[in-house]
Design a protein around this ligand. Structure first.
Ligand code: CAA
Length: 260
C-alpha cells in the first residue's frame, strides 16, 4: 500500500515512521488512521529485520496536534464511538508491537497526538515539545486511550488535572511527571530514540518481545502479570539465545544472539 500521509524510511535497520501532514500539524485524519492501521498490522510485521520503530512528525512545529478537528462536525454518538474504537485498536497494535516503538516528540503532542506518543513504549521529547489533552475545550474527551494511559504514566491525580483543565505542559514538566523518558536538544529526538533502539537491538530479540508482553500484561486487565512472567521466563529459558547469552557470560565474550 502506498501511503499518502505516512513517510517510511529505514536508517541502519531502524524504521523511521513520519506522520506527514505538516500543513495540518500532522493531525490524524481518518486516512492517516487507516494508513497507521495498515502499517502496524501488515507492513511492519513483515519487516522482520528492523530493530525497532521511531515515530515522529513532519516539520519543526508538531509531532501530532490531535485527531483532525475538521472531520468532527460529521460525528454523532454512534460515529464517535466507532471512531474511538478504531483509534484504540490502531494504538493497541503499536503498544503490543514486539519490537521497541519510540515516539520522537518534536513539537506539539496534543489530544490524539499525546495519545499516540503514550501508546509507544517510550517517549523522547525535544526541548520545545508541548504535551496536552485539550479535548474538553471542544466538549469531548480523549478517545484513543488517553484517559487510561495518562493515569498509567503520571498517576491519577495529575492525570485528572491534565485531562480536566486541558492544560499544555512543556517537555521539562512532562519529564518531571514521567510522561517522557528523556528531554533532548530540539532536533535530536530521532537520534536519541535511535540510540536507545540500537542498544536494545544488541540484546536477545525474544527476551525483548517477552518483556514488552509482560509489562503490558500488568496494565491490560485481562491477565495476571506475574503468571505471564512465569510463562514467558519459561519460554525464554528454552531459547538458543538464552544458552548463548549464559555461555557468553561465562566465557567472557560478547553474546551473538540469533532470535531463536
Ligand atoms: N485538526 C485539524 N487541523 C489542525 C489541528 C487539528 N487537530 N491542529 C492544527 N490544525 C491546523 C489548523 O487548522 C491550521 O490549518 P489552516 O492553516 O488550514 O487553518 C494549521 O493546522 C496550523 O494550525 P494553527 O494556525 O492553529 O497554528 P498555531 O500555531 O496558531 O496553534 C496549536 C497550534 C496550539 C497546536 C493549535 O493548532 C491547536 O490548538 N490545535 C488543536 C489541538 C487540539 O485541540 N487537539 C485535540 C483534537 S481532539 C482529539 O485528538 C480527540 C481524540 O482524542 C482522538
Amino acid at each position: 500500500m502506498a501511503y499518502e500521509n505516512l513517510k517510511v524510511s529505514v536508517k541502519k535497520g531502524i524504521l523511521i515512521l513520519t506522520i506527514n501532514r505538516e500543513k495540518a500539524l500532522n493531525a490524524l485524519n481518518s486516512k492517516t488512521m487507516e494508513e497507521l492501521q495498515h502499517f502496524f498490522s501488515v507492513s511492519a510485521p513483515r519487516r522482520k529485520t528492523i530493530k525497532g520503530i521511531v515515530i515522529t512528525g513532519a516539520g519543526e512545529k508538531a509531532f501530532v496536534a490531535g485527531a483532525d478537528i475538521k472531520e468532527f462536525l460529521a460525528l454523532d454518538e454512534g460515529k464517535g464511538a466507532a471512531m474511538a474504537k478504531r483509534g484504540q485498536n490502531v494504538f493497541r497494535l503499536i503498544e503490543t508491537f514486539n519490537k521497541p516503538v519510540i515516539a520522537a516528540v518534536n513539537g506539539f503532542a496534543l489530544g490524539g497526538g499525546c495519545e499516540l506518543a503514550m501508546a509507544c513504549h517510550m517517549r523522547i521529547a525535544g526541548e520545545k515539545a508541548k504535551f496536552g489533552q485539550p479535548e474538553v475545550n471542544l466538549g469531548i474527551i480523549p478517545g484513543y486511550g488517553g484517559t487510561q494511559r495518562m493515569i498509567q504514566l503520571v498517576g491519577k491525580g495529575k492525570a485528572i488535572e491534565l485531562l480536566t483543565t486541558g492544560d499544555m505542559i512543556n517537555a521539562e514538566e512532562a519529564h518531571r511527571l514521567g510522561l517522557v523518558n528523556h528531554v533532548v536538544p530540539q532536533g535530536e529526538e530521532v537520534k536519541k530514540a535511535s540510540e536507545i533502539i540500537e542498544k536494545i537491538a544488541s540484546k536477545a530479540p525474544i527476551a525483548i518481545a517477552k518483556v514488552i508482553e509482560c509489562v503490558d500484561a500488568y496494565f491490560n486487565g485481562v491477565y495476571d502479570g506475574f503468571a505471564v512472567e512465569v510463562e514467558e521466563f519459561g519460554a525464554t529459558s528454552g531459547t538458543e539465545d538464552f544458552k548463548e547469552g549464559a555461555a557468553a557470560f561465562i566465557e567472557r565474550r560478547k553474546a551473538n544472539f540469533k532470535g531463536k
